[in-house]
Design a protein around this ligand. Sequence first.
Ligand code: G3H
Length: 544
Amino acid sequence: MRNAIQAKLHTLFPKDSEVPADYRITAPLHQRTILINGEMRAWDGAVQAITSPIYVRKNDNTLSAVELGSIPLAGIQEADAALAAASKAYQNGRGLWPTMSVAERIACVENFSNQIVARRGEIVKFLMWEIGKSWADSEKEFDRTIDYIKATVDELKQIDNSSSRFQIVEGTIAQIRRSPLGIVLCMGPYNYPMNETFTTLIPALIMGNVVVFKPPRQGVLLYYPMLEAFRSAFPPGVINIVYGHGHVVVPHIMASGKINVLALIGNSKVADQLKKQHPKSNQLRAVLGLEAKNAAIILPDADLELTVKECITGALSFNGQRCTAIKMILVHRSIAERFLDLFCAEIEKLKIGMPWEKGVMLTPLPEMNKVAYMHACIDDAVALGARVMNAGGGASAETLFQPAVVYPVSAGMKLFREEQFGPVVPVAPFDDIESALDYIATSDHGQQVAVFGRDPDQIAALVDPLVNQVCRVNINCQCQRGPDVFPFAGRKDSAESTLSVHDALRAFSIRTMVAAKQTPASKQLLDTIVLDNKSKFVNTHFIL
Ligand code: G3H
């Protein structure tokens, strides 16, 4: 069975001539420029090849990864240049960007957004080819990001307008606004290379910070069509891009002590190490979105049809490569068998194939060694007494992997605690709700949980302890980040700081006030500053 599925997976990769014209990348993109200090600096040094997780079948029926292009394999010297440009642009808070009015900064961000909207087609195409995300989801990622930018602009207007006044308390006149923090090192993940990067990059920029940005290893060429927009929409040095081996350049940047905010959507071990590189820990703020091991808890009275549907999308959309994915299913033993039958039957119906195919859900996995790791997780669980419950689960051909449902998963197996971040679904039975709660409480992660059941008493009894363990309890629905105006946070090793349209603006700024004694002299002084429009901070402007 497994061999037959493996052979079928092999044939799902197209011949080169079979790639539909609308989705083709006509020629590899060899990027030879680096955006630093508002200049596209020419690069003639070493390069890093970028290949797609999508393979094509050659005439001899072997598979070969599609070459997408290459990027500069820059190093310490270029990282230092990026940092120097950022420092110059920030100029200890005196630079053009941090002292610009909010309305002017908004205009720059809107200009940037309009420019990249004009390049949507190219960006979405690279997104799909670089990480294997379905065309529909790649388009969604782009559009959601543009919506996020618009919502950020609207929210900032609200925040700024509500600060455009003086307050008088106990004889002190004050104007309180949000000010930038300095230089932000921004790094996004490969699974949402555009959206998750922009949910930190845009708020960081619009609040007046300057940015050193390191794109993810996969999901980097999609930034090429945006370089000119970055260059022309912002003053020189406000955004600088770093390429090269992350483990070399990023610790070096942190060790400079010049970074004021580490904005990383990635892994907790990496975040931990990077923070330690900074010589002055109190001068560093961290905005982190990290790994998670979100569980579904299925109670005996759950509506199984709905539960299965939500667990399928929760565990397997974009191959389970979402930080919010359901990565462990805890099901009451009394309904475990029925749940597994229905769940496996639904998995059979999922379409696996190339990202441009209509209705496809499972696509090639972009992460290096991912398929090998998926096999290792399954082998480990099987050696310790679990079984693969769905026919052909775990079969693979290069980067295509048939999802596997593994049961019963228990403590000591990799799948019990590790974040698999891929199409393997561990299921564990429980007899007593306390043991399900205990699983969550003893986890190193604390992002979200999904609870399935109908009894209000039981649901309420679960919600109350769970809200003190995770940051979102989903009732009868899968875990997810959106809507983006809602807080996206995590406890323990899952996050630091809260992201949402509103919270991100706060995360990348600090409340700052200008204060004076309530005297006639102060009033006259402040009046003159405001009426003669002398300050960007002390003013009562209203942004429409
Ligand atoms: O990878 C983590 C993403 O922020 C999840 O977002 O729940 O909308 O897929 P999503």
